[in-house]
Design a protein around this ligand. Structure first.
Ligand SMILES: Cc1ncc(COP(=O)(O)O)c(C=O)c1O
Length: 369
């Protein structure tokens, strides 16, 4: 019982595909296509096909892709976007980058995702979009939110940064809204060897403008139509992602194996375990358990060499960066309780059954002591 178990072991993943990665990087180097280029274009085609979407536009991060999503919808200062307080902060940054206001709506206690039943109350004449998150790889409840969007003529933007290949009622997420944003940050289910992201849409006008916005607002070099950015995906990242995409389904199946095993082994502990909603097939980006004694359990896991993490310890409405919104503790009690109780266990496709058993054994020991 002494071997350490990393929270995440990217080297194990790379070892398994090292030859393919080496060959792809060597080819990219020979081509000298460092910014966008053929590997990025091929990956964009392949990822769009994987999702069943019309267009995928590669970006240098998921944050940039979401920022451009806000630009595509012409969201401006004074506008509001309804979103979740319980996510990685980049979801809110995208809204703030265009000068708009993130309007938070509390989450569902079981899925940790935006609670559709609370959304309509938050709509004002200034609301310009709704941007929920498929958190931890688990889809938010899309249909009731789409219904609200249709009723109020609001676009839906899916933050799918954590949910590559997750399904809602049998269909892959990221294809339900006007557009969606993906992240290929190295630790994601589909991760680059560096930064990366994508904007996905079925709207050809959005796709064309997104391509221009990621390249300084230009469709023709040195002719700039509007304020743009340097948000291009690197050629090397396109090459790496092209290799990894071929393995994604297998890796997701392995994550499901890990999740199922944890669920079996931890069933008789006092932990609240993550469960897929009836409509959902999770991508199992994270396996997040919860318990009121989370901080003690975390310390015990740390002391016993079990990697773990907190996603997320502070909800966005209580972050210092958002103090100007004037929120206080108690505004979004479900998100605040989640932030106090959640704990992410190691989950990756190379995790062995012996390792899963050791994680479970340490957790059981904690509750026996
Ligand atoms: C929910 C969510 N949204 C947005 C992002 C931003 O993606 P990136 O780190 O690629 O900028 C991330 C990833 O970190 C995320 O988890």
């Amino acid at each position: 019982m002494s071997d350490k178990i990393s929270y995440l072991d990217l080297s194990a993943q790379i070892r398994g595909i090292r030859k393919e990665i080496d060959a792809a990087l060597a080819r990219a180097l020979d081509q000298c296509a460092f910014c966008l280029g053929p590997d990025v274009a091929q990956f964009e085609k392949d990822f769009a096909q994987f999702l069943g979407a019309q267009h995928c536009i590669g970006f240098n991060s998921g944050t940039s892709a979401l920022h451009v999503a806000m630009r595509l919808l012409d969201i401006r200062p004074g506008d509001e976007v309804i979103t979740t307080p319980f996510t990685f902060i980049a979801t809110s940054w995208a809204i703030s980058y265009v000068g708009a206001k993130p309007v938070y709506v509390d989450i569902d206690d079981d899925t940790f995702c935006l609670n559709p039943g609370l959304v309509e109350k938050a709509i004002t004449p200034r609301t310009k979009a709704i941007m929920p998150v498929h958190l931890y790889g688990h889809p938010f409840d899309i249909d009731p939110i789409l219904e609200i969007c249709r009723k109020h003529k609001l676009p839906l933007v899916e933050d799918a940064a954590q949910a590559h290949g997750a399904k809602y009622k049998g269909k892959i997420v990221g294809t339900f809204g006007e557009m969606s944003g993906y992240s290929f940050y190295p630790g994601k289910n589909l991760g680059a060897c560096g930064e990366g992201g994508a904007l996905v849409t079925n709207n050809p006008q959005f796709a064309a403008r997104a391509k221009s916005l990621r390249e300084h607002g230009a469709t023709q070099r040195y002719y700039h139509d509007e304020l743009g950015y340097n948000y291009r995906m690197e050629g090397f990242q396109g090459a790496v992602l092209g290799v990894k995409l071929k393995h994604l389904q297998k890796w997701t199946d392995e994550r499901r194996r890990v999740a199922q095993r944890y669920t079996e082994l931890l069933a008789d502990t006092p932990l609240k375990l993550p469960r897929e909603a009836a409509y959902a097939k999770s991508a199992w980006h994270l396996y997040v358990v919860r318990h009121p004694r989370r901080d003690e359990l975390k310390k015990f896991l740390d002391e016993n060499g079990i990697g773990n993490a907190l996603h997320y310890p502070v909800p966005l409405h209580l972050q210092k960066a958002y103090a100007h919104l004037g929120h206080k503790p108690g505004d979004f009690p479900i998100a605040e309780k989640a932030a106090r109780e959640v704990l992410s266990l190691p989950i990756y496709s190379e995790l062995t059954d012996a390792q899963i058993q050791r994680v479970a054994a340490v957790i059981k020991k904690f509750f026996q002591e």
